[in-house]
Each structure stands twice: as C-alpha cells, then as structure tokens.
Design a protein around this ligand. Sequence first.
Ligand SMILES: [Fe+2]
Length: 163
Amino acid sequence: MHSRIREQGWVANLSKFQLIHLCKRFFSSLFARDISVEEFSRVHSILSVNEMDLWKSYQKFDKRHSIVVLNRLNAFMPHAGREVHVAALLHDIGKSDSRLDVFSRVIATIVGPRTGRFSRYHHHEEIGIELLEAAGCSEVTISLLKGIGDPQALAALSDADNI
Ligand SMILES: [Fe+2]
C-alpha cells in the first residue's frame, strides 16, 4: 500500500532520515515551551526593530526553535558576531508566510507543494530572503542564509539547525 501510494506520486519521496527528522520536529513543535522574559529580552537585544517585528510574527514553536538554534550556534561558535546571531534567529522566517500549523506542515512536507500555502511553505527559504531584505537586514546575514560567507559560520549555522 505504502509503495503503491509512492508510485502514484501522492507523497513526496522522503528518506528514512527525513522521516525521523520530521517526527522529531513534529513532537518538539507540539510541546514547545513558552518564551521566557529573559529569552525575549535576549532576542530583543540582538535584533533591530524591523527584525524584531519579523521574529514576533513567528508562531510559538518557531520562536522556540529559533532560540534553540541560537543557543546551539553559541556552543559551536562562541565568538560569532551579531550578523550570525540574526541569521540563527531568523533563518526560518519564510515559514511564517504560509501560516501553516504544526499538523499542516507535516502534511505539506509529505504531499509536496500541492496548494498555494503548501507551495509557499516549500519555498520558505526564498520568501525568507525577501522578507529579510525588505526589513533591511545586513548583507552578511542575508548572504549566510543564501549559503555564502564565512565557512565557519555557515557550518555552525547548519550544525545548529540540524536538530
Ligand atoms: Fe530551522
């Protein structure tokens, strides 16, 4: 049954690794803790006014994920600069655009870009770059999120997000 569904192209071809990652993200999103006052202050101290407006548009589980990625980035690269911190906090901002909840994101990942909102979710990286450019984000931050820049920062960001 499962392979027949795949043969008929009803679901995206997800690897075992991707399925495990999807399950982990699903449960961590479902049980995401509220953002504490201290965490909010820390984010506020890093981001500009426009960047903060973007960060506030994250749903709760994306806010939590961004802080987890920031904390992991600091462990991997303790001397990272503000631009790298901003990249960690806003790397998934394009996902906000589709306004999909946790369940819908899982479905969008499994079935692919079938609807307008699912399509926007699948193009979240490009959409995120547009949002960051409109918010006046630094070139360094935007380049890092395009995969261009300091190799150490790029590796630290990738490792930090690889949860
Ligand atoms: Fe992420």
